[in-house]
Design a protein around this ligand. Sequence first.
Ligand code: ZN
Length: 572
Amino acid sequence: MYIRGIQLLVTIYLCCGAFNEQPIKLKSMRVFITSFLISMVGLVSNGQDYSRQDSLRGTITPEREWWDLSYYHLNIAVDIDNQSVQGSNTIRYKVLEPSQILQVDLQPPMEIFKITQDGKELEYKQERNAYFVELKKPQITDAYNEIIVQYGGKPRIAPRPPWDSGIVWKKDSMGKDFVSSISWGAGSSQWWPCKDHMYDEVDSLKFSINVRDDLMAVANGRLLSIDKKNNKTKTYHWSVSNPINNYGVNFNIGNYVHFSEVYEGEKGSLDCDYYVLKQNRKKAKKHFKQVPMMLEAFEYWFGPYPFYEDSYKLVEVPYIGMEHQSATAYGNGYQNGYLGSDMSNTGWGNKFDYIIIHESGHEWFACNITFKDVADIWIHESFTTYSEGLYVEYHYGKEAGDDYQIGVRGNIKNDRTMIGNYGVNDLNYTDDIYSKGPTILHMLRQIVNNDEKWREVLRGLGNEFYHQTVTTEQIENYISKETELDLSSFWNQYLRTTQIPVFEYYFANGKLSYKWTNAIEEFIMPLKITLNGKGEWIYPKTNWQEMDTNSEELTLKVDRNFYVPSFFSNSN
Ligand SMILES: [Zn+2]
């Protein structure tokens, strides 16, 4: 998924990028940090009001905590003429500790008709979007049990796909029905009953979709079989054999044609399947040649594609695109950039199709490694946006990759902290997860100062947290441990405040004095500079440090890969 609007805030970019492009030649100086910068990057409150409904949705409630998802069989009929969905979800779970009340989520106007366990109908109480099911059978630790939830209705029409959930009902350019589901935003429970919290992923999934027989239904994983019915419909049975998060589950219906190829990757032969509208087959066959290029680059940086068993797919959809595990949604019009625009403003963003690269990058960060709580959404979007620059670097060289990463900085707003509020399904996140996030990862790479090590860390993340849900702390601790660096103040500064540390310095009597300002007190971060034409690492703290330059003059330039403003003045 990408940013909800294209905003370009050039100011910070000018401060941090353009000023650093030119060496600053000074005799004796004092750095002045203009007050506008401080006001711009000052702390902004994340204060929000949350409702009981937000907590029911966003908390691991006692009625969720005692059971662990094992398997879903989502079995639905999609009636396009009536814009309705009807069917059932079989929810298999493991009992972690005995309890008799189980929470299932489904949002109006969708309704639950009946819930059964072992053929016996169960009572349930509804509180807003949550249903509390009263189980009759004793729930014994380690037992696997199932409930079947029958439901239906006219799900909400997705108001702004992919940023808000529901169903997209459209016609394609040939007038054929073109339908997709979206689960981001308000959530999967907009159109199917589930445990609508990200911490618990189902281990495997079967998804059966009944549609009119002139159309095809495509979902996650592999197509198992197609049943022809007597009523001019077909049921497509899809199967996912790996853990999958809720918002990754999706169906797409259209006048599709299918073509495929096999990519010989790090883990063997990977089936790549493409489902595109019939009229776009020719264009797609040419344009999707970017897929093997993407796989080559991302397997190099992040390790094997995480779902070989379930194949890789691109599926054409009636909206821009979305990460959907093993069934990446594609709607970028077979062109490079983001609907033709370069998100980095460097020219490099027009060398690739943004949706193919970005949404596929999410297979590693979002589908493989999934946040437990949406407050940590930076993990999905920051690593994935960072992957775009790594793609550029892999195919066009390191300088091009650096250009891209630095270009993305132009979108930073510093309006809210990167980490949101926990336990309340906080969707009011900052778009900085797409700009500041990759920027700090790029800066971290400079600090590690060993590209092979950095690649090991990136690949290690995919291994360490393979098919898991994680917290920010787990990611922080892993990177700190593997790099053998104390990064605690780095994470606290950049993830938990909106302040951007400024490199403040002056030059007098042959001595360079410097420190971090606009930073948390304990902030330490090495900085690469060019001093009198020579590359140097310096180690500013938040109190003044001093360094003999053995020179009457000073030329100082902060390395462009650091997102570090450094203001100066010629006045003595
Ligand atoms: Zn994204």
